[in-house]
Design a protein around this ligand. Structure first.
Ligand SMILES: [Zn+2]
Length: 152
């Protein structure tokens, strides 16, 4: 008779072994049934073209980057979809070249979570990063001077 509890216990006790077995089985299956693997890859490719799939990719990318710089937290595809619903730069309202920004940056202890994300256009993003790094903005005249110097 099927004993759910017993089965669960067995799984818990032999978790690693079972997982390894399944991994090997999948590996073998890829060779014996290559069409399945191709169909699987195509399904994933199609998924990544949908709005949801794109959001999942973006979330994964953010999570990998966060981990690399020891930033805590995890974002989900739902977090990204929520951002895309607004779809405009938080600073200047434009809708071009939008990027995802951590409102409180990682270097100031900001977490990699949905509530700490916003969309900024490339220019506003650069501007914000400059502010965070404490680099003063060049005055227009100074910029003009540099332009002149470059021309000479
Ligand atoms: Zn902007």
């Amino acid at each position: 008779m099927y004993d759910r509890e017993k089965r669960k216990n067995y799984y818990e006790k032999n978790k690693e072994k079972i997982k390894e077995y399944q991994k090997q089985w999948k590996k073998k299956r890829r060779f014996t049934h290559p069409h399945e693997a191709i169909r699987h890859n195509e399904r994933i490719k199609r998924y990544h073209k949908t709005e949801e799939g794109k959001a999942a990719l973006k979330a994964g990318h953010l999570n990998v980057t966060a981990k690399r710089r020891s930033q805590r937290g995890r974002v989900s595809k739902e977090d990204i979809l929520k951002l895309w619903e607004i779809y405009k730069c938080e600073r200047c309202d434009c809708q071009e070249n939008l990027q995802i920004d951590h409102i409180k940056p990682a270097m100031h202890g900001g977490l990699n979570v949905g509530e700490n994300l916003q969309l900024l256009c490339v220019d506003c993003h650069k501007e914000k990063t400059r502010e965070e790094l404490g680099i003063p903005k060049l005055k227009v005249e100074q910029e003009e001077d540099i332009q002149l110097e470059l021309k000479i």
